[in-house]
Ligand binder design. Sequence first.
Ligand SMILES: Cc1cc2nc3c(=O)[nH]c(=O)nc-3n(C[C@H](O)[C@H](O)[C@H](O)COP(=O)(O)OP(=O)(O)OC[C@H]3O[C@@H](n4cnc5c(N)ncnc54)[C@H](O)[C@@H]3O)c2cc1C
Length: 415
Amino acid sequence: MPRKPASTETDVLIAGGGMAGLSLALALAQGGLSSTVVDALAPETVTDAGFDGRVSALAYAVCRMYRALGVWPHMAHHAQPINDIVVTDGTVRGGASPLFLHFDHREIGEEPLGHLVENRHIRLALFAAARDVSAITLIAPGRVTGYSATPDGVTGTLADGRQVHARLLAVCEGRQSALRAMAGIRTIGWSYRQTGIVTTVAHEKPHHGVAQEFFLPSGPFAILPMTGNRASLVWTERTELADALLALDAEDFAAELRARFGDYLGAVEPVGPRWSYPLSLQIATDMIAERVALVGDAAHGIHPIAGQGLNLGLRDVAALAEVMAQARGLGLDPGAFDTLERYAQWRRFDTVSLAAVTDVLNRLFSNDIGPVRLVRDVGLWAAGQAAPLRRFFMRHAGGDVGDLPKLLRGDSLAA
Ligand SMILES: Cc1cc2nc3c(=O)[nH]c(=O)nc-3n(C[C@H](O)[C@H](O)[C@H](O)COP(=O)(O)OP(=O)(O)OC[C@H]3O[C@@H](n4cnc5c(N)ncnc54)[C@H](O)[C@@H]3O)c2cc1C
């Protein structure tokens, strides 16, 4: 007789244990909800130095959330504070325009504008924090291959035949989400026909925590300060050109890099491998279905021009955990449709507005049309002259605007 597959009970089945999925598990646990996190890849794979070369600019509200969840102590010594952001327009041959925009964190308080942390260290910190929480079960490697929802609950099926019964399926699968399609949720979006080249450089002089966004005609060239005299580059190019740059030998690649980086930090040397990421916009037409909630890149993938994709996903995490913890506290079903509707409503404006802003910024700056260049340079300069506008932009970059969930204010979800 065939053996019946093992089955488990949990409050939330989380499909995808990336940065969004693991953060959600920790937030739910603080709100009194158990979860089973299933990820296709083993923790050793996703924390290997060769897996993901990116660093993430974590907005200061997200840093508060990671403090409230006990994750921060596991990554604090790898976190580089962002004290200032300098935004400049220019060309590779002509250099930077004299009109630039400067954001100084001291204008809005003592807290830095955010911290830069290597994705690898964020993942290591999340695994370390989750390890101590009995309400979290991690199955990795494993894969959620399907689910069935009823008005009372949801059952997820894993690739090995196991079944997990839950109140909610949280889909944190990233952009290529199969469960999103199974839930009947479509996406809209387009390719930017740009590629983000990511690499690390060592430089001679200290960066003093200043992040630089240099807008070049092919796309933004971001210089993100890391701990020590190091910086991570997110170098956006049209895809055809990016392919050619990635194929260069070490010496020629370094020469192209230096032509864009300049010499303001003295001698610059590439020190890490090169990674590349195709860039596109992808927004789900809905964030919920019966017993299903989309979280993170499964719900929205945006251009990295403002370093906000993960921050947006972590704002989903904070909102979903809060509405579910509240429902549980009131003795209601935390996966019921009205709870999920509160989540979707809470997240709609932030998602659509950030997707639109990053899209418009990329179109406005990724070209070399003279009159457009003039307008944007004057715009940059004018924005820099108005202190209230500067403070407004900094609060947005810090994720500190609108109706903030408790965790993003630094408050605990524990009753
Ligand atoms: C070049 C670049 C730079 C960026 N810089 C920044 C930045 O500075 N700041 C910022 O906020 N954001 C940044 N982002 C965006 C950020 O990297 C993403 O938003 C973030 O990684 C998304 O995390 P996620 O957990 O939602 O998805 P993912 O990281 O895609 O994780 C999805 C996980 O789900 C697993 N999975 C998928 N399907 C299944 C399944 N069926 N069963 C089990 N597991 C499954 C996968 O193995 C994976 O681990 C950048 C993006 C790019 C491309």
